[in-house]
Design a protein around this ligand. Structure first.
Ligand code: SIN
Length: 289
């Protein structure tokens, strides 16, 4: 098999074929994937037949995994999951959801922005998907930065924002309740413009689901600027929309993308396995002025 990387007809993303993720990667395959990831930000590996151990082995090639993912315990329906794998699912047993991030729409966000050290990468592997809805949208946050007016780049140069665990300025009570995990309330402050630690490029680092306020701005102005940044980064010319097929593994770089989920009906079943790779505290971008 020869590994092939084909850019999507979209502002970000590439499809990777000719690779079998149920086996260990060679160093050459790793290099091709790593280079493609830095270039295209989101990688789609269709038609994979993997178990959680394969996903963990693949993820570990890119860094350290969290000790334990939320809701990683085995379930009555028989999935015995590795401790670093999170079930993203709306499936319920005895009326109780067996995983995390269960129901419906999710606003744009980036994984772990509410932590001091957000996740560098996320990998999501599809097992069951809705007939309609439950797509994942990805936004190119390099492009979002690059297309901001110079005046706004200058105004926000060196500014930081506060992020909370699914408690952004724009989040409805309903969505907060749907996504919350009891007893957890992460909060962190990061630069609005960050420098990608590997590519050196600048990315916009705010999002509708998690960003609460701009530090040093009066509340009304903070809300107004954030609303503008959210709308700007969610325009269709920044976005790739992934419609899932079972067997897809989609892997994204949280340092330069935001992602969101479209709504889906309560009667649909959705089950994906998620791994994340630990990152480092985001650094401020070099001044634009
Ligand atoms: C996530 O935000 O990690 C999950 C996205 C999804 O369910 O599509």
């Amino acid at each position: 098999m020869r590994i092939e990387v084909k850019p999507l007809k979209a502002p970000l993303g590439a499809q990777v074929t000719g690779i079998n993720l149920s086996s260990s990667l060679t160093q050459d395959e790793f290099n091709v994937i790593h280079d493609a990831w830095l270039k295209y930000q989101v990688l789609i590996f269709p038609d994979q037949k993997i178990i959680d151990e394969d996903q963990v082995r693949f993820s570990r090639m890119f860094g350290t995994l969290p000790e334990k993912a939320v809701h990683s315990q085995g379930t009555k329906s028989g999935q015995q999951l590795h401790k670093s794998v999170m079930l993203v699912t709306n499936i319920r047993e005895d009326g109780k959801v067996i995983g995390s991030l269960p129901d419906g729409e999710m606003h744009f966000h980036t994984d772990g922005a509410y932590e001091r050290n957000p996740y560098r990468y996320t990998m999501l592997y599809a097992i069951e998907v809705p007939r309609a809805g439950g797509d994942t949208l990805f936004a190119n946050m390099y492009r979002a930065y690059e297309t901001l007016p110079n005046e706004l780049k200058q105004k926000l140069d060196g500014v930081e924002a506060e992020h909370g665990f699914y408690t952004g300025v724009d989040v409805s009570e309903k969505m907060k309740q749907a996504l919350r995990i009891d007893g957890y309330d992460g909060k962190a402050i990061h630069p609005v413009f960050i420098r990608h630690e590997e590519t050196g490029r600048t990315a916009l680092y705010v999002n509708r689901l998690q960003t609460r306020r701009l530090i040093g701005f009066e509340e009304t102005e903070s809300r107004k600027i954030l609303a503008h940044l959210f709308e700007h980064s969610e325009q269709t010319e920044m976005i790739y929309q992934h419609k899932w097929t079972p067997g897809d593994l989609v892997a994204w770089d949280n340092r330069c993308t935001n992602h969101a989920r479209t709504d889906f009906g309560p009667d649909e079943r959705r089950l994906l396995l998620r791994t994340t790779v630990q990152g480092v505290k985001p650094c401020a971008a070099v001044s634009a002025s």
